[in-house]
Design a protein around this ligand. Sequence first.
Ligand SMILES: C[S@@+](CC[C@H](N)C(=O)[O-])C[C@H]1O[C@@H](n2cnc3c(N)ncnc32)[C@H](O)[C@@H]1O
Length: 272
Amino acid sequence: MILLGSSEEKRGKTMNDYEQFIANIKRKTGIDLSQYKEAQMKRRLTSLYEKKGCQSFAEYFHLLNEDMNLLNEFLDRMTINVSEFYRNPGRWKVLEKRILPRLLASNKKLKVWSAGCSTGEEPYTVAMMLSRYIPLTGLSILATDLDENALQKAKRGVYSERSVAEVPTLERQRFFTKEGEFYTVNEKLKRTIIFKKLDLLAEPFDTNVDLIICRNVMIYFTEEAKDTLYQKFNAALKPGGVLFVGSTEQIFNPKQYGFETEDTFFYRKIEQ
Ligand SMILES: C[S@@+](CC[C@H](N)C(=O)[O-])C[C@H]1O[C@@H](n2cnc3c(N)ncnc32)[C@H](O)[C@@H]1O
């Protein structure tokens, strides 16, 4: 164990240790931890490695490097997967009553992307909502996430009774099959969604998208990473297309990124 003196030395040591860890993780997994808010990420990972009996990120990386299960556990912890159907229902109402009718007025086949879809609740929610306007056969939704375990769960589409509590009864009957305590999404709804692994901080995006839903993902990113992401989202959208963000993720200067506010937490790409 390395004994450190003053708090400055301690901070300095931790920084270097963490920076080295960031570089190692990037090399091993392609994930760039430097684009996530540092204090938050460090706190989460420190409590994780201390539980494993490690005293530094270097020791922790050594363990991760040798044990796939620990690496998976690390990925699981760094990617917080909490999600819900109809998360913040008031916002989904705005999407249903205000945004979708406008988008559908000029185009009956929307290109929708759930970016950071976690375990699938969000893309299934938008699929159910769109089915109120257009037939399921006309729907195609892209749902992406960094975390393969979350994507596997999303593809299985099996949820507890508690997680489907916010799904309206009629939709629960129409789109889910109940088996014991669990609800499974029907094949016809699953078929409307393509699940794919994609790192928002490292990979190129699709184009000509009508609606991007990226909620409760950007809160974990640094200001620089968010800046780049807003620009990439803007480039991915059609003129008039919409970015729907989470209820703590307001963009304070949308014009800077080519957006105007259509409603709280909804940003429309400015038509040139
Ligand atoms: C809290 S969940 C949000 C789920 C859903 N959007 C919602 O609001 O309910 C955050 C998700 O972002 C994903 N994520 C984190 N970093 C990412 C990245 N660089 N690229 C893509 N997805 C990422 C995580 O894996 C996690 O599933």
